[in-house]
Design a binder for this molecule. Structure first.
Ligand SMILES: Nc1ncnc2c1ncn2[C@@H]1O[C@H](COP(=O)(O)OP(=O)(O)OP(=O)(O)O)[C@@H](O)[C@H]1O
Ligand SMILES: [Mg+2]
Length: 331
C-alpha cells in the first residue's frame, strides 16, 4: 500500500503491540508501539479506538482498515523525511539496495509527549528482497561484470518499490533488463542463470534474451543478471496482442521452433505461460524466463520442467488460451 510519503510493506495489529514496516526510497523503517509504553497519551487513546474498530471489522468478516498502522507512522513522518529524503527509488544505483539502511524505531511517551527512539542508529542489509550470491559459486564464465554502483535501477518506474527487477541503465546509458536474485526465488534465479549460460556456451542464436553480464557488489557478490531489453517488448498478457489475429500462427510457429531447438540441446524452457512470450517491435516472438516452475493452467504439476510439459504448455497457450482471447471469452 502506498501513501504519498511512504510505502507500507507489512504490519501487525493487536491489543498490546503494533508494528509496521514501511519503505521510503531505499530505507526501511520498522516501527513498533507497545501500548503499555505510551500510556496516557492521545496516541494511546486514538489507537485503542482504532484497534477496536479493526477487531470488530475482522469479527464481522469485513476488510479491516490499516488506520492504526498509519497512525503510528504519522508521528515518525518528519524523521522519515529527514532520514530518507526521497520516496522514489527511480535512478538510484543498484548498490543502494545491497547496502540499504534499516531503522528500528519505537514510539514511547507519557502524558502528551511522544518520543521516537532508534533514529540515530541503523543496520545495513540488502532490501527489496535482494539475496546476492557469491561470485565464486557461479559456474566459470567470461561474462562481463558490471559494478552495482554503475547501474541505475527502475529508470521508468517511479512507484516500483517491491523489486529492483526491470529496466535499468548502465553508465554508458545503455538500457537493459535486470533480473535480481531475490529471497525465496533463489532457485529460479540459479536455474535461469545456468540455462542462459548453457545457451551462451553452446553458441545458440535464437530469440531468447542473451546474457549481457552479471551485476556485482563489493567485487564478490552477484546481485542479478542483465539481459537485453526486448525492443517495445509486449508479452502475451497484453490484450493488444490478442487482437493481432493474423500473427498468432506465426508466433506459435516461432515459439515452437525455439522450443524445439532448446530441446535438441537438452534444455527445457519450463514455465510456459503468456507472460513468458514477448513480442518485439518487429512483431516476432521471443521466449523468456528460464526460472522454471509451472503455471498449472499450461503445464501440469506432473509435467513440470519437462520436454512434454513444454510441448503441452505451448499447445495450451496458443490453442485454448489464445484462442479464447481471440474469441473475446472473458478471462
Ligand atoms: N528482456 C526483457 N525485455 C523486455 N521485457 C521483459 C524482458 N524480460 C522480462 N520482461 C517483461 O517482464 C515480465 C517479467 O519477466 P520474467 O517473466 O522474466 O520475470 P519473472 O520474475 O520470472 O516473472 P514471473 O514470476 O511473473 O514469471 C515479462 O512477462 C515481460 O513482460
Ligand atoms: Mg515470467
Amino acid at each position: 500500500m502506498s501513501t504519498s510519503s511512504y510505502t507500507l510493506c507489512s504490519g501487525s495489529i493487536d491489543q498490546v503491540t503494533l508494528w509496521v514496516v514501511v519503505m521510503r526510497g531505499r530505507a526501511q523503517f520498522d516501527i513498533t508501539v507497545h501500548l503499555s509504553r505510551i500510556q496516557g497519551t492521545d496516541l494511546e487513546k486514538q489507537l485503542t479506538t482504532e484497534i477496536e474498530k479493526h477487531r470488530t471489522s475482522l469479527q464481522r468478516g469485513l476488510v479491516p482498515s490499516f488506520e492504526p498502522l498509519h497512525s503510528i507512522c504519522k508521528p515518525c513522518l518528519p524523521l522519515l523525511l529527514e532520514l530518507a529524503p526521497t520516496k522514489s527509488v527511480c535512478g538510484l544505483s543498484l548498490e543502494n539496495f545491497v547496502n540499504a539502511p534499516t531503522y528500528n524505531l519505537e514510539l514511547v511517551g507519557e502524558n502528551s509527549q511522544i518520543q521516537i527512539l532508534g533514529g540515530e542508529t541503523c543496520s545495513y542489509a540488502p532490501v527489496l528482497e535482494l539475496r546476492p550470491i557469491n561470485l565464486a559459486d557461479i559456474p566459470q564464465n567470461d561474462l562481463p561484470l558490471f559494478s552495482a554502483k554503475t547501474i541505475r535501477a527502475n529508470i521508468d518506474n517511479q512507484e516500483s518499490i517491491g523489486s529492483t527487477q526491470g529496466k535499468v541503465s548502465t553508465i554508458d546509458g545503455e538500457v537493459l533488463y535486470f533480473k535480481p536474485r531475490e529471497s525465496g526465488r533463489e532457485g529460479q534465479f540459479d536455474r535461469e542463470l545456468r540455462i542462459l549460460l548453457e545457451i551462451q556456451s553452446r553458441g545458440l542464436i535464437m530469440r531468447v534474451p542473451r546474457l549481457q553480464g552479471l551485476v556485482i557488489s563489493n567485487e564478490t557478490l552477484c546481485t542479478g543478471l542483465l539481459l537485453p531489453l526486448i525492443p517495445a517488448g509486449m508479452d502475451l498478457l497484453h490484450p493488444q496482442t490478442w487482437t493481432l489475429h493474423s500473427l498468432h500462427e506465426k508466433w506459435e510457429a516461432q515459439v515452437r521452433s525455439i522450443v524445439e531447438e532448446l530441446h535438441a540441446h537438452y534444455i527445457v524452457w519450463g514455465d510456459v505461460n503468456p507472460g513468458n512470450v514477448v513480442i518485439d517491435e518487429a512483431m516476432d516472438a521471443w521466449v523468456i524466463d528460464f526460472g522454471g516452475g509451472n503455471n498449472a493452467e499450461f503445464v501440469g504439476d506432473g509435467e513440470r520442467e519437462s520436454v512434454v510439459g513444454d510441448l503441452r504448455g505451448v499447445g495450451r497457450l496458443f490453442g485454448g488460451w489464445l484462442g479464447r482471447r481471440r474469441e473475446g471469452v472473458p478471462l
